[in-house]
Ligand binder design. Structure first.
Ligand code: SF4
Length: 341
């Protein structure tokens, strides 16, 4: 037996976007998720990073698999050599990539974004794992960020950013080795910048941009810069594999009953099941209102802490309420009590 429950659509003020309606940013604290598709993503990330590292390293016909030697106007792709007169061929390559992206989006939605975009691969595959390793789970990071600056917090932040800078340095230099052969890049790294100021400026700029993007800018790149991100809404239709705010979210209940024939028993069973489904429906419909109410109570407590309760306990209650609101608890009902002593 099944009954569909349509989750209430969130009102605009309840929809949690990383951009608030007044334009300011809400920082995204990504939770660690597990599951089949997440496992698959990790494998794809590892494969893509391995290919990306290998491509400028593996030689074929005397050149790396891919080398864009802009200075000499020579471009090497998997054993073939092109020069500046062949630039028109890029039109076909770029068009093919564009059509492939459009087709994959119309069929599979944001599969490229989730599995293969360098922004996702490096953010979710490299930088967020570093962040989790150094600063702990999402809840710990949120609590620490809201809390005062302590030596422990400073130490963790410092370590995280040093590791981020190291990762950005490596990523930037491997990226540059698509333009300058890797042995030459490595030679430049160990020599004085004064010997190759132009290359040093490029390496420093790419490292800085990579660090800034993955340490701070993150999903804002998708929201405000990436043209593909802006086009996606026009590339999908009802048959595309996407979840959106208008999807019907289903939750299955498995109910086993004995074979009954007595009309009174059947009526009793039906009444009980209808009662359970009614409770579920009411809880689901009331859930955004209960979340809102809990948030209001937390805000009121933080703004006007009761004079008779120690400040530490009030803070703890506010933290607990905010943690519960943050998808850690299923609100089934709401009741108000008056504390009169
Ligand atoms: S929106 Fe653009 S930058 Fe963001 S994940 Fe998708 S392709 Fe990458």
């Amino acid at each position: 037996m099944s009954d569909r429950v349509r989750l209430p659509l969130l009102a605009p003020e309840e929809f949690q976007s990383s951009l608030a309606s007044d334009g300011h940013r809400r920082f995204v604290y990504a939770a660690e998720v597990h599951g089949r598709f997440h496992g698959l993503r990790r494998i794809v990330f590892a494969l893509l990073v391995a290919i990306w590292i290998a491509v400028p390293l593996i030689p074929l016909n005397g050149h790396p698999l891919v080398l864009l030697d802009v200075q000499r106007r020579s471009f090497y792709f998997f054993g073939a050599t092109f020069n500046s007169q062949d630039a028109w061929l890029a039109f076909f390559a770029i068009t093919a990539v564009g059509w492939t992206l459009a087709l994959s989006t119309s069929l599979l939605g944001r599969a490229f974004c989730g599995y293969a975009c360098p922004q996702t691969v490096f953010l979710d595959g490299v930088f967020r794992p570093i962040e989790r390793l150094v600063e702990g789970s999402r809840e710990k990071r949120m609590r620490r960020d809201k809390g005062p600056w302590t030596w422990e917090k400073i130490g963790r932040k410092l370590l995280k950013h040093v590791l981020f800078a190291g990762a950005a340095f490596v990523i930037a230099h491997i990226t540059l080795s698509f333009f300058v052969p890797l042995p030459q890049t490595l030679r430049m790294v160990v020599h004085s910048p004064a010997e190759h100021p132009e290359a040093f400026a490029w390496a420093a700029a790419v490292t800085l941009v990579t660090y800034g993007n993955f340490a701070f800018f993150r999903e804002q790149l998708c929201l405000v810069i990436c043209p593909y991100g802006r086009l996606q809404a026009s590339l999908v239709d009802d048959d595309s594999l996407v979840t959106d705010a208008d999807s019907v979210v289903e939750s299955w209940m498995h109910i086993e009953i004995d074979r009954e024939t007595d009309p009174a028993d059947l009526h009793q069973i039906e009444t009980t099941i209808q009662g359970v489904l009614g409770d579920v429906r009411e809880a689901v419909e009331d859930w955004p209102r209960m979340l809102r109410q809990a948030a209001t109570v937390a805000d009121e407590l933080a703004a006007q802490p009761p004079a008779t309760v120690p400040a530490g306990e009030v803070d703890e209650a506010v933290d607990l309420l905010r943690w519960l609101i943050d998808d850690h608890f299923t609100f089934l009902g709401y009741r108000e009590y008056v504390l009169d002593q």
